[in-house]
Write a protein that binds this ligand. Sequence first.
Ligand SMILES: Nc1ncnc2c1ncn2[C@@H]1O[C@H](COP(=O)(O)OP(=O)(O)OP(=O)(O)O)[C@@H](O)[C@H]1O
Ligand SMILES: [Mg+2]
Length: 242
Amino acid sequence: MAETAAPDQLTPTLAARSLTKRFDARTALSAVSLELHAGELVAIIGPNGAGKTTLLSILAGVLPADEGEIIASARQIGWVPQQPALYSKLSVAENLRFFARLEQVADPEAAVGVMLAETGLANRADEQLGRLSGGNRQRVNIAIGLLSEPAALLLDEPSASLDPRQRERLWEFIAALAGRGTAVAYSTHNVAEAERYGDRVLVLVDGELLFTGTPAELQGVVGGDVRDFESAFLRFLHERGN
Ligand SMILES: Nc1ncnc2c1ncn2[C@@H]1O[C@H](COP(=O)(O)OP(=O)(O)OP(=O)(O)O)[C@@H](O)[C@H]1O
Ligand SMILES: [Mg+2]
C-alpha cells in the first residue's frame, strides 16, 4: 500500500476561498473559506441571519459572491433550496422531467426513472405534487438536486418541516448518499441532528466562520462540563458574545 492518500482523497470536491458577500451596508458573509471532501457530511449551524443560506447559495452557484473564489474539482453541484420552485399542479414525475430538461440532463427520462426509484417515489410518480406530505415533497426536492448526479450536494435546512420519522428517513437517505461518495453540506437549526449526522460542523455567526471541526472537538473547545452538544454549542456562542 502507498503511504500517501490517493489524490482524490486529498483534493476537495468543493472548496471556497475567502468568500465575502454584502447586501448594501450589511456583510452577510465575511472571508469564509472551507473544503468539502467526497463522502463527507458537513453541518452548517449558527443563529438566524448568520449567513448559512447565503453561503450555501454561493457554493451552489445561484448567488454571486462579492469576493473570493470557488474551486470545484467536481462535476456539477446539486442544490436543494429551502423553498424550491416546485409546481404543485404537476405530478411528481412531471416536476422531475421539467427540471431534468431545465438542467439539460443528457437523458431526462432515464434520470427521472432513476431518481424516482432512488428516493422511493416510484409509486407516487403520477401523484400531484401539491397533494404530497411534507416528507415526500422534500424527497422530490432532493431528487431534483440529484438529477445531474452531482459529486456534491448542498441542502438548506432539509429537515425543517419534517416529523421525527420522516426526518430519520431523510437522514438515512442522505447518509447513504455520503456513504457512496457524495460530498454533502447542509444547514440546520437542529443541533442534535448536526451532531448525529455531521462528520464536521461549521459554526457561522454574523457571517464569520468561527469553528470547523468534529462535534466532539466543539465540545472540547468550550470549557467545563457541558451536558450535551447543544449546551456546548450554546456556550460556544455565549463565550463569543452571542
Ligand atoms: N437578498 C437579500 N437582501 C438583503 N439582505 C439579505 C438578503 N439575503 C440575506 N440577507 C441578509 O444576510 C444575512 C444572512 O442571511 P441568511 O439568510 O444567509 O442567514 P441564515 O443563516 O440562513 O438565517 P436563517 O437561520 O434565519 O435561515 C442576514 O442579515 C440577512 O438579512
Ligand atoms: Mg437560512
